[in-house]
Each structure stands twice: as structure tokens, then as C-alpha cells.
Write a protein that binds this ligand. Structure first.
Ligand code: NAP
Length: 238
């Protein structure tokens, strides 16, 4: 079994890649911080890496094609790379970088993956979106909006699997709440999941080819509340 994990130098992607390699997958890992990728590959021989910036879309295309040539077929692609900032002053660079990474580059990776799986007749695309996808947020507007984009794009690709006769192409949307990585935004974080628990639950959702899942499970309740609470109440309390 062959897999790619985009965004595997730290956090959820890193630990998920290790977990997949321990389960027998050959895994290509990618990110910008080459030293971290190199260390990981030395420790886990079923991992190998490509270091590049996903915001350079021609690099994404080039490396994607190299990985496909190298592996022959790919069973699983996890898109975990992402950034997020608290940006209450709406500093344009932060908004722009977030949209470039989480929207434009993510879309390129989703599409390359989907088209490959369509050609192969099988494969599993996993996107790591967020509970943030459900509503707006005054501290991190671009991040929350970018996650809503990811959720809807992944759903569109799920709907597009209807066009693939084999019925063996799957799309999973993982929606973490707060997970203890460098990405967790803010202080005094509410209901933070440990990385190990988050990765275990993500891994199980991938194995079961779930359509969507909240991580950890108790965020399912928060999601339900977030979907029905009116904007005026969010404005008052958050
Ligand atoms: N932690 C949370 O509370 C939480 C909650 C909801 C959703 N999420 C989502 O989970 C995903 C993983 O985040 P994490 O929490 O594991 O944080 P993380 O440790 O910061 O991981 C982010 C990964 O994305 C890679 N990345 C970022 N920008 C990149 C770029 N331009 N090119 C290539 N790789 C890039 C980073 O590698 P380099 O910096 O080495 O490039 C890193 O490997 C993200 O999509 C995040 O939005 C996290």
C-alpha cells in the first residue's frame, strides 16, 4: 500500500505518517522543513520525503507526478498541510498567505489526487479541515473561511465519485476541534485533544473510510450546537 501525506513535518500529519508506516504503508511525506522530514525518514525506513512549498503550484505538480512515477499506484493521499493565524487587525499578508495555502494549494492537491484516483479506478483522498469550517470568527476570518471552502470542495469531490464506475474512490473530511500542535490558535484553549488521541481517531476514520468525522468525538456535540446557534448570539459571546 502506498500513501502520500502532505504536511508531515510536524503535528497531525507527522504522527499520522508514522502510524501509516507502522501499518505497512510506504509513505511519501512532504513539507518545507527538510531537516524534520529527513530525521523522520532516518527513523522510519518506510517513509521517504520531498521538501517543497505547496504554494509553488508548479512544484506541487512536478513532485506529485514524480511520486506517482515512483510508486506506480497510490492508495491513499492525506492533505494535512495548512496554516492559520489569529489576525484581528486583518493584516493582509496573513489573510493572503492563509488563502494561498489553505484554498489555492489545497485545491490543486485535491484535484490532482481526485484525477489520479479516477484514472486508477481506486484511491482514498483525506482532507484535514476543521470545526472552524462551520461558522465565521472575528479573530481569524481567513482561516475559518478557508476551512469552509475545504469542507465544501471535499464534499463536491465526494459527489463527483458518482462519475467513477468502480465505486472504489473515497473522500474523507476530518474536522478536528483543538488538537495540541503548534497550530492550535490562542491561549486557554477549550477541550484540547492530545495529539495521540487525535491521530488514533483520525487513523480509525481513514481505515473505516468515513465520509466525515469530528476529532475528538466530543466535538460532534459542539458542531451540532454551532450549526444552530444564531449569529447574534455568537457575536455576543465570542
Ligand atoms: N491543531 C489544531 O487545533 C487543528 C484544529 C483544526 C484543524 N487543524 C488542521 O490540521 C492540519 C494540520 O495542522 P497541525 O495542527 O498538525 O499543525 P502543524 O504542526 O503546523 O502542521 C502543519 C503542516 O503543514 C505544513 N505546511 C504548512 N504550510 C506549508 C506550505 N506552504 N508548504 C508545505 N507544507 C506546509 C507544515 O510544514 P512546514 O512548515 O515544514 O512546511 C506542517 O507539516 C491543518 O490543516 C490545520 O488547519 C488543526
Amino acid at each position: 500500500m502506498n500513501a502520500i501525506v502532505f504536511g508531515a513535518s510536524s503535528g497531525i500529519g507527522r504522527d499520522l505518517a508514522i502510524r501509516l508506516s507502522q501499518d505497512g504503508y510506504n509513505v511519501k511525506i512532504t513539507a518545507r522543513r527538510e531537516e524534520l522530514l529527513k530525521e523522520l525518514c532516518l527513523e522510519f525506513p518506510k517513509l521517504s520525503y520531498y521538501a517543497f512549498d505547496i504554494n509553488d503550484l508548479s512544484s506541487v505538480e512536478e513532485h506529485f507526478s514524480d511520486i506517482v512515477s515512483d510508486f506506480g499506484v497510490i492508495d491513499l493521499i492525506v492533505h494535512c498541510a495548512g496554516i492559520g493565524f489569529e489576525n484581528p487587525e486583518l493584516i493582509w499578508k496573513m489573510e493572503n498567505d492563509t488563502i494561498a495555502t489553505n484554498v489555492l494549494s489545497a485545491t490543486r492537491i485535491y484535484d490532482l489526487s481526485f484525477l489520479l484516483f479516477k484514472k486508477q479506478g481506486f484511491g482514498h483522498l483525506v482532507g484535514i479541515s476543521s470545526i472552524a469550517s462551520l461558522r465565521g470568527n472575528r479573530h481569524s476570518p481567513a482561516y475559518f473561511a478557508s476551512k469552509a471552502f475545504q469542507v465544501n470542495y471535499l464534499e463536491s469531490l465526494y459527489l463527483k465519485t458518482k462519475e467513477i464506475a468502480s465505486g472504489k474512490v473515497y473522500v474523507t473530511d476530518i474536522r478536528p476541534g483543538f488538537v495540541d500542535t503548534r497550530m492550535a490558535l490562542g491561549d486557554d484553549i477549550f477541550w484540547m485533544s492530545g495529539l495521540k488521541k487525535a491521530v488514533n481517531q483520525t487513523y480509525r476514520a481513514i481505515k473505516c473510510k468515513r465520509r466525515r468525522v469530528y476529532i475528538s468525538k466530543r466535538w460532534t456535540l459542539i458542531a451540532w450546537i454551532l450549526k444552530i446557534v444564531p449569529s447574534w448570539l455568537i457575536k455576543k459571546i465570542m
